[in-house]
Design a protein around this ligand. Sequence first.
Ligand SMILES: NC(=O)c1ccc[n+]([C@@H]2O[C@H](COP(=O)([O-])OP(=O)(O)OC[C@H]3O[C@@H](n4cnc5c(N)ncnc54)[C@H](OP(=O)(O)O)[C@@H]3O)[C@@H](O)[C@H]2O)c1
Length: 312
Amino acid sequence: MKAIQIHAFGGADVLQIDELPSPLLEADHVIVRSQAAGVNPIDWKTREGGGVASLSNGLPLILGWEMAGVVESASSEVTIFQPGDEVMGLLNFPQPGRCYAEEVSANAAHLVHKPDNISFVEAAALPLAGLTAWQALHDYAHLRAGQRVLILAAAGGVGHLAVQFAKQAGAEVIAVASERNHDYLRQLGADACIDYWKVELQDAIRDVDIVLDGVGGSSGVKALAVLKHDGVLVTLPSKTAEEVVEAASQHGYRATGMRVFPSADQLQEIADLVEAGKVRVEVSATFPFQQVREAHQLSASGRVRGKIVLTF
Ligand SMILES: NC(=O)c1ccc[n+]([C@@H]2O[C@H](COP(=O)([O-])OP(=O)(O)OC[C@H]3O[C@@H](n4cnc5c(N)ncnc54)[C@H](OP(=O)(O)O)[C@@H]3O)[C@@H](O)[C@H]2O)c1
């Protein structure tokens, strides 16, 4: 099978296509013939030697943590998936997921059946960003109906799903994004939009219960000022999480970092919302896997609406 590997940490040119043996079928696992794999910022951060590179058990490394495809074979312990089933999942995170490959070994506990009403490309875009948004809002911020939620990087992979999940949960949603994304975010359910290029957040909004910070660093620190006294900010970029949490504790706010984890139960809840037509996943660019370098460069631009997907 073909897989995209890195043999050194570095720029996009370290991504190369190698011919490798098919993965072996382990206990509790299935082999999936991948149709598509999602590209996330963690992919290029790890490629550069940051991200979760320190957890990668050395090089060479197959990047990629989410995919959708068709089950080829299943170990005898696995009863819920059969060959031919269409599946999707966030695999092994933060250990290597090895999803940038034509065939992927997947722990059955990390998979769900693909909703019938979306393509493999859309399904591959859903698990990592979806579970991040879900866990941030529900596990970390304990979102309740009627709360006011502000989402930084609302048009991005995590943000556009968080807008919809928060709306579904009965929240008032304020989306922070460039103006060109405001109509789009209103269509997804945002009640109000703020253009961070033109307005300082604390001049535009106050009394927020939950900030979902998809930007981090000084933007995350500044966003603390919009919180209610008992509000909470969940910051996503791990590199700056300590800085944001430290600033929060100095100024009497509550903030927390997080790390997404695979959960078939939560992914099933997300899949049910998608299947019911209540949530949609936006894929703004697809690349054949041979163009993975271009996909990484686009992701690193920080300007993507929704998700980028590689096709196999
Ligand atoms: N801790 C975890 O477990 C975890 C999990 C997933 C992701 N993350 C991290 O969370 C961050 C977001 O991930 P993602 O996949 O959503 O990223 P993404 O899709 O690459 O985000 C792109 C979006 O960021 C927006 N943006 C850039 N600078 C901004 C700013 N200063 N204020 C507001 N929006 C800004 C852009 O919006 P406009 O085009 O509208 O300007 C663009 O739509 C990344 O750093 C990622 O590594 C962490």
